[in-house]
Design a protein around this ligand. Structure first.
Ligand SMILES: Cc1cc2nc3c(=O)[nH]c(=O)nc-3n(C[C@H](O)[C@H](O)[C@H](O)COP(=O)(O)O)c2cc1C
Length: 220
């Protein structure tokens, strides 16, 4: 059966750098036989967690918006690609809202002790894509723990990350010498690799564009 590959675009900027990377990754996954789908959180109605605590007893989120539709896709997919630019040293607010809403999965797992997939072992894998405008090589450290914690509740193994810095203007990723090629290759690997690696493959493409002006945060 074809692997279901879900890409989630978390930038507010349609056609921006992280969008282009996730599209290329999905193109790679599709070329390798995956059944791909892309959703952009900016097009959805998704509020952050309201901490009503209903999920602590029910495992369900009572907020009536587009989250349930996304949750179904998150649970159905075999491969997940989350693509977010760095905004103030974090994931975007769109990504954070989605992550927080998965508190209902956290409640199922750690409070109610209900396995996500009671009847089957699933081989679920995830890739993280991120882009940042500054030169700082630490810019992506800040999101790694957030994603690790989220993937734990999703019962997904983090298999790869693609980080590209010094990419700021819309579409500048197209000028990068290798980012889109790497994205395509990593998308293929998501589908074709027989075994998930013990540790994630992390591709850091630092300083890809020359002649950048200095930005605040470069020295962090
Ligand atoms: C609100 C906002 C906050 C940002 N914060 C950071 C930051 O903390 N560090 C950084 O390196 N770049 C930062 N950037 C730059 C973006 O990460 C960069 O422009 C990226 O290429 C945008 O990707 P996109 O086209 O997919 O939206 C910020 C941009 C915006 C609009």
């Amino acid at each position: 059966m074809r692997r279901r590959v879900l890409g989630i675009a978390c930038s507010p900027r349609a056609g921006g750098n992280s969008d282009l990377l996730v599209e290329e990754t999905l193109a790679g996954a599709e070329s390798a036989g995956g059944a791909v789908e892309l959703i952009a959180l900016r097009d959805l109605d998704l509020t952050p967690c309201q901490e009503c605590d209903v999920c602590l007893s029910s495992g369900e989120c009572p907020i009536d918006d587009d989250f349930l539709e996304v949750l179904e896709k998150l649970l159905a997919c075999d491969r997940l690609i989350l693509a977010t630019p760095i905004f103030f040293m974090s994931v975007t607010a769109y990504a954070k809202a989605l992550i927080e809403r998965c508190q209902c999965l956290w409640a199922r797992k750690y409070v109610l002790h209900q396995p996500l997939f009671p009847d089957q072992q699933r081989d679920r894998r995830a890739m993280l894509i991120s882009v940042a405008g500054t030169k700082s090589e630490q810019m992506f450290d800040c999101i790694e723990l957030t994603i690790k914690y989220w993937l734990d509740v999703l019962e997904m193994k983090h298999v790869s990350s693609l980080f590209v810095n010094q990419i700021d203007a819309k579409g500048d990723i197209r000028k990068h010498s290798s980012a889109l090629e790497e994205a395509f290759r990593m998308g293929q690997s998501l589908v074709t690799d027989a075994q998930a690696p013990d540790k994630p493959e992390v591709i850091r493409l630092f300083g890809g564009l020359s002649g950048e002006t200095a930005l605040s945060g470069d020295n962090l």
